[in-house]
Design a protein around this ligand. Structure first.
Ligand SMILES: NC(=O)c1ccc[n+]([C@@H]2O[C@H](COP(=O)([O-])OP(=O)(O)OC[C@H]3O[C@@H](n4cnc5c(N)ncnc54)[C@H](O)[C@@H]3O)[C@@H](O)[C@H]2O)c1
Ligand SMILES: O=C(O)C(=O)C[C@]1(C(=O)O)C=C[C@@H](O)C=C1
Length: 361
C-alpha cells in the first residue's frame, strides 16, 4: 500500500497516519476542522494537500454517527479505491452505509481495540495499535481488494486482525469496553462532591479504575446510543452484583455470627470471581497474560532520578516489562513499580540495594 487518505485527524486518525508515514506510506489528511488536519500534518502524520488521484485506501476516522455520511461523500468524490472506518460500534454504521446506498464492495468496517481517554491529534501516538486487536467486519458484499487493503493497514499499524460479524462485535465490546467505560465514569462521579481530604488520598487503585473517566462525553454519547441495549443488559447484571455485594457488606455488621459468616463468604466469592475474570484478560498479541513480579523503588523527588534508575536497571541487565509511577500528594518521594520477569527479581533487588536505592518490601 503506497497511498492512504485519513478523513478525521483526531486521536485515532492521526495515530494511524503516524504509524503509516513511519512505514513510508504517503498519507493525505482531511478533517472538517482544518486546524485538526494542520496540527496532524505538523506532527509528521502526512500532508493536507489533496491527492492527485484515488488513493489505495481511505480511513474514515470520525464519530460513529457520521461514518455513513462521510463515506458516501468520499465515494462520491472518488477519493480511494478501498475504504474502511475505525468506529467503536459496527452494526449502526453498517446499516447507515447501506441505507445511504454506498458502494459496499469497496468498503469494510473496522475497529482498532486501542485508544486513549483523550481526543484530538495532539493525543495521537504512532504505536498505539501495536499488539492490539483490530476487528474487521466484512459482509458477503465485501470485495477482496477492500479486505486485503484493511489487512495491510492493520499489519502496518502493528495490530492483530480479528474478523467478526458486526452484531457479535457490538455485543462483545458492550462487555469489554462500553460497560467498563460507564462504570469508570460512575466511580469517578463519586469524587465530584467528595471532601478534599478524601480526594487528596487518591492512590493508584482509584487512578487505575478511573483513567477512562476522562474520555470525551460527546463521542461516548454517540458510541453508547448505538449500542444501548447490549450495554444496558450488562449494567443490569452488574446492578444485581452490586445489590448482593451491599447485602453481604451489611451482613458483616450483623449481631448474628451466622449472618456475619455469610457476609464474609459473599465478599470473598465476588473477589474470587473478579480474580478469575481478570486472569482471563489476554496479554498483547492475544497471548495468555504474563505474570511479572513487581519491584518497588522509593524515589526522591529530584530531577533526573528516574533516568538514573532506568540506566542502572539497564546496567544490571534487567528488562523492564512495564512501569507505573505513584506520586502521593504532599510527599517528597514517589514509588516506582518496576514489572520484571520473576527470574530478574533477585539480581535486580540485590543490585539496586548495592547501589544505594531504597526498595519497598
Ligand atoms: N478514542 C478512542 O479511544 C477510540 C478507540 C478506537 C476507535 N475509536 C473511534 O475512532 C473514531 C474517532 O475517534 P477519536 O477518538 O479519534 O475522536 P477525535 O474527536 O479525536 O477525532 C474525531 C475527528 O473527526 C473530525 N470530524 C468530525 N466530523 C467530520 C467530518 N464530517 N469530516 C471530517 N472530519 C470530521 C473531528 O473534527 C475530529 O478531528 C470514532 O468513531 C471512535 O468511535 C476511538
Ligand atoms: O484505553 C482507552 O483509553 C480507550 O479508550 C480504549 C478503548 C477500550 O475500551 O479498550 C475505548 C474505546 C475504543 O472503541 C477502543 C478502545
Amino acid at each position: 500500500m503506497r497511498t492512504v487518505a485519513v478523513v478525521g485527524t483526531g486521536l485515532i486518525g492521526t495515530s494511524a497516519a503516524l504509524a503509516l508515514t513511519g512505514r513510508g506510506v504517503a498519507v493525505y489528511l482531511e478533517d472538517a476542522d482544518p486546524d485538526a488536519a494542520r496540527t496532524a500534518a505538523s506532527l509528521g502524520a502526512g500532508t493536507t494537500e489533496a491527492p492527485d488521484g484515488p488513493v489505495d485506501l481511505a480511513i474514515i476516522a470520525v464519530p460513529p454517527a457520521l461514518v455513513g455520511k462521510v463515506l458516501a461523500d468520499c465515494q462520491r468524490r472518488g477519493l480511494a479505491r478501498s475504504y474502511t472506518d475505525v468506529a467503536s460500534v459496527k452494526a449502526g454504521p453498517r446499516a447507515e452505509v447501506a441505507a445511504l446506498g454506498c458502494d459496499t464492495t469497496h468498503y469494510i468496517g473496522g475497529h482498532p481495540m486501542a485508544g486513549r481517554e483523550r481526543s484530538g491529534p495532539l493525543a495521537a501516538r504512532a504505536d498505539i495499535f501495536e499488539g492490539r486487536p483490530w476487528v474487521l467486519t466484512p459482509t458477503p458484499d465485501t470485495g477482496t481488494e477492500a479486505l486485503n487493503a484493511a489487512l495491510e493497514l492493520v499489519a502496518l499499524c502493528g495490530g492483530v486482525p480479528i474478523v467478526m460479524d458486526a452484531a457479535a462485535h457490538d455485543r462483545a465490546v458492550a462487555l469489554v469496553s462500553h460497560a467498563p467505560q460507564l462504570l469508570s465514569s460512575i466511580i469517578a462521579a463519586r469524587l465530584e462532591q467528595a471532601d478534599e481530604t478524601a480526594v487528596r488520598l487518591c492512590g493508584q487503585g482509584v487512578r487505575d479504575v478511573t483513567r477512562i473517566a476522562a474520555s470525551d462525553p460527546l463521542l461516548w454519547g454517540d458510541i453508547l446510543s448505538a449500542n444501548a441495549a447490549a450495554v444496558a443488559d450488562i449494567l443490569q447484571e452488574v446492578a444485581a452484583d452490586l445489590g448482593s455485594t451491599v447485602t453481604a457488606l451489611r451482613a458483616l455488621q450483623a449481631a448474628d455470627e451466622g449472618e456475619r459468616r455469610a457476609g464474609a463468604a459473599g465478599i470473598e466469592a465476588v473477589m474470587r470471581r473478579g480474580n478469575t475474570g481478570q486472569a482471563r484478560i489476554p496479554g498483547k498479541h492475544g497471548a495468555p497474560p504474563t505474570r511479572y513480579e513487581t519491584v518497588t523503588v522509593v524515589l526522591g523527588d529530584q530531577p533526573g532520578e528516574l533516568g538514573r534508575l532506568f540506566g542502572e536497571v539497564g546496567q544490571l541487565g534487567v528488562n523492564i516489562e512495564d512501569v507505573t509511577i505513584e506520586h502521593s500528594t504532599g510527599q517528597q518521594v514517589g514509588h516506582v513499580h518496576l514489572d520484571v520477569a520473576a527470574s530478574a527479581v533477585r539480581p535486580l533487588v540485590g543490585g539496586l540495594r548495592d547501589r544505594g536505592w531504597a526498595l519497598r518490601d
